[in-house]
Design a protein around this ligand. Structure first.
Ligand SMILES: [Zn+2]
Length: 312
């Protein structure tokens, strides 16, 4: 490896023990502090701009053991907990807020599922609830049998049990969109809260907070509009998703020449990459868990380690 770059991704960073949902899978503030200490001892944090320059012609050198920190999903954790620490330590970060959640105060289905699971830890029982609710949708939607759905999810997930993996797959992707949206809506309303708007305002950053991050030198990039699996939608829908997210970035004064993409769920395909190249996307971040090699990796499909892959 000649030009290695470690890119790390973060999601929730919060004082889990003292939060209303201690069951949420996230990084505690204490561990985040320790991880920043580790990073500053063993690596040199760089910014998105440093990476732009390292990939431009002529190439600029990066410092020894470079590392780039990325934060997905626009959580208010990132403004309240992450930003003050990065700012105090002089570290730049890249933040990827999903536009719809921020603008429309809607909780992403992926987050609804996480908070349902944090409230009802028995994933087996939730899975039964989902399977039994499918009956009422069968007349209007071509649904598979329970056994077929179980078969569509094979293999292991890095951090989840099999029941949790099946539940997430069904509710995030396998079931037809209207069916899963309705089931997730009901589970969230029943087990977490009926006031989605208030919950969204607590969970995600506001437009003003994102603007504040940018004013303080943090990088803000695209995480799509509706946080879709971009490799599972049509090329036309990909164009709409990307262009709507670019309009969102434009509201923060982020130019078309400095935009980056972080693929929701790490999902991308050739037609999406064509859309990004066409719009001069500078960098694309996946969830392939390894260190990047800037001499080898495509700048639009850069791998990232999870925070759990580093000591903390
Ligand atoms: Zn995401």
């Amino acid at each position: 490896m000649t030009r290695p770059l470690t890119i790390v991704m973060y999601h929730y960073v919060r004082d889990l023990k003292r939060s209303r949902f201690p069951g949420i899978k996230g990084l505690s503030l204490e561990r985040f502090h320790r991880q920043l200490d580790y990073i500053q001892t063993h690596y040199t944090p760089i910014t998105a701009e440093d990476l732009f320059e390292a990939l431009s012609t002529p190439k600029r050198d990066l410092p020894p053991n470079p590392i780039l920190l990325t934060f997905d999903d626009g959580y208010s954790d990132h403004f309240s907990n992450v930003f003050p620490l990065l700012d105090a330590r002089g570290i730049g970060g890249c933040f990827f807020p999903p536009a719809q959640a921020i603008l429309e105060h809607r909780v992403l289905d992926v987050n609804k599922i996480q908070f349902v699971l944090a409230t009802i830890p028995d994933a087996g029982a939730l899975l039964e609830q989902v399977f039994s609710s499918l009956a009422e949708f069968r007349s209007e939607h071509a649904l598979k049998s329970r056994e077929e759905y179980l078969l569509t999810v094979s293999g292991e997930h890095r951090y989840d049990t099999r029941e949790v993996t099946v539940l997430k797959r069904l509710l995030q992707r396998e079931l037809p969109e209207p069916v899963r949206a309705e089931i997730v809506r009901r589970l969230f309303a029943e087990h977490v809260t009926a006031d989605e708007e208030a919950f969204a305002c607590e969970l995600y950053m506001s437009v003003d907070q994102i603007a504040c991050l940018r004013r303080h030198g943090m990088h803000i990039g695209s995480h799509g509009y509706a946080h879709a699996w971009l490799n599972h939608i049509s090329p036309q829908a990909q164009v709409i998703e990307i262009d709507r997210s670019l309009t969102f970035l434009g509201e923060f004064g982020i130019g078309k020449d400095e935009w980056t993409m972080c693929y929701p769920y790490g999902g991308f395909n050739d037609s999406l990459l064509r859309v990004l190249r066409d719009r001069q996307c500078r960098l694309g971040f996946t969830v392939e868990a390894r260190t990047a090699d800037l001499d080898v990796d495509d700048r639009l499909t850069l791998p990232r380690l999870d925070t759990n892959d580093l000591p903390s």
